[in-house]
Design a protein around this ligand. Structure first.
Ligand SMILES: [Zn+2]
Length: 348
């Protein structure tokens, strides 16, 4: 009797081991997930309620209209190249959407990447030219001692010229704005549920230390992804011969980039204040070229994310330093900066 019970226990144990081995195998088998399900396309600016344009003015066109045209073209191209990806527009018409609402739309729709389309502007440059000298008479002293004198005064001509600034630049949020981004991640806790947060950590308590740590890790992951995608976008612009103004971080003014709880980039597609670029930005060919560049960058970004997924998605604390995305020096510079930020925090 005892022997039989013992054997039964051993048998059950073996059976369970096999079962757990099988089910364990199932769990560890990489579940191939779509790395991007939703893209948020954010056309900058738009016509204000009072009827005025919000964006920059060129010599004959407005930033608002160009942003919308490029965004519409980009959406059409994403639909064709990535039919399985859902696209959400924050500004579907010529009317303006508030910045707050843009971030809200992006977050409500659980975007996987936020692509913001803008057009750059540079103030006109003041120029001067020396025309010659003019003889000016003046007097010194008083009464008897009063003397007449002359002097040469330079004569200038002043005028303004449109800035020569040209090219594209892609922004990500500034590293010093990381706390804002982290807040956005925490405030949009519902998004975490999509990524099995509940299964892993239980109900979302945004104030729990675990959640705060997780939000920080997410923020770092978003920074890395934003910098990588931004670098890929700039790489494509360079390939078609645009002037590269690099990936940049902006301290102020791009609130949407830190308010969206997802990787986010803002693309300044060219300068409306440069006549040649204004023509390019308004042309069908120019707009198509810009869209093509973003589409190729998206393909590279998706491939990079898929590779990451295959490698086991080991995006841990030191990941930012150890793994090198295929991109520009600027991207690497950002990643180094994140690492340094992290080190300085640890020292404190
Ligand atoms: Zn703008």
């Amino acid at each position: 009797m005892i022997k039989r019970t013992f054997l039964a226990v051993i048998g059950a144990f073996l059976f369970l081991s096999v079962l757990s081995f099988v089910s364990g195998d199932n769990i560890s088998a990489p579940k191939k997930q779509r790395v991007i399900k939703t893209i948020i396309v954010d056309a900058g600016h738009g016509i204000r309620p009072n009827g005025g344009y919000d964006g920059a003015k060129g010599s004959y066109s407005w930033e608002d209209d160009i942003c919308l045209s490029i965004s519409k073209l980009l959406i059409q191209d994403i639909n064709r190249e990535f039919p399985e990806i859902r696209i959400v527009e924050t500004r579907p018409s010529d009317k303006i959407t508030s910045l707050y609402r843009r971030a809200e739309i992006a977050n409500e729709n659980n975007g996987d990447i936020f692509i913001c389309i803008h057009v750059n502007a540079a103030p006109p440059q003041r120029r001067s030219e020396l025309l010659g000298y003019k003889k000016v008479t003046y007097y010194v002293g008083k009464g008897k001692n009063r003397k007449k004198k002359t002097k040469e005064v330079p004569q200038y001509r002043y005028w303004t010229e449109p800035s020569k600034a040209r090219g594209t630049e892609t922004y990500i949020w500034g590293a010093h704005k990381t706390e804002d981004k982290e807040l956005a991640v925490r405030e949009n806790a519902a998004m975490m549920e999509e990524e099995n947060y509940k299964e892993k950590y239980g109900a979302v308590d945004v104030n729990s230390p675990e959640f705060v740590v997780m939000a920080l890790l997410k923020t770092k992951q978003y920074f890395k992804r934003s910098a990588t995608f931004a670098g890929m976008v700039q790489d494509e612009f360079v390939k078609v011969g645009r002037v590269d103004r690099d990936v940049r971080q902006r301290g102020v003014g791009i609130w949407v980039l830190q308010a969206t709880a997802m990787p986010s980039v803002l693309i300044e597609t060219g300068f409306i204040t440069n006549r040649e670029e204004e023509d390019y930005l308004n042309s069908k060919e120019g707009q198509q070229e810009i869209s093509n560049c973003i589409i190729t960058a998206l393909k590279n970004y998706v491939a990079w994310l898929e590779k990451k997924q295959e490698d086991g998605e080991k995006e841990s604390k030191d990941d930012a330093a150890s793994d090198k995305p295929s991109s520009t020096a600027a991207t690497r510079h950002f990643l180094e900066m994140v690492e340094q930020n992290e080190k300085s925090k640890q020292v404190k």
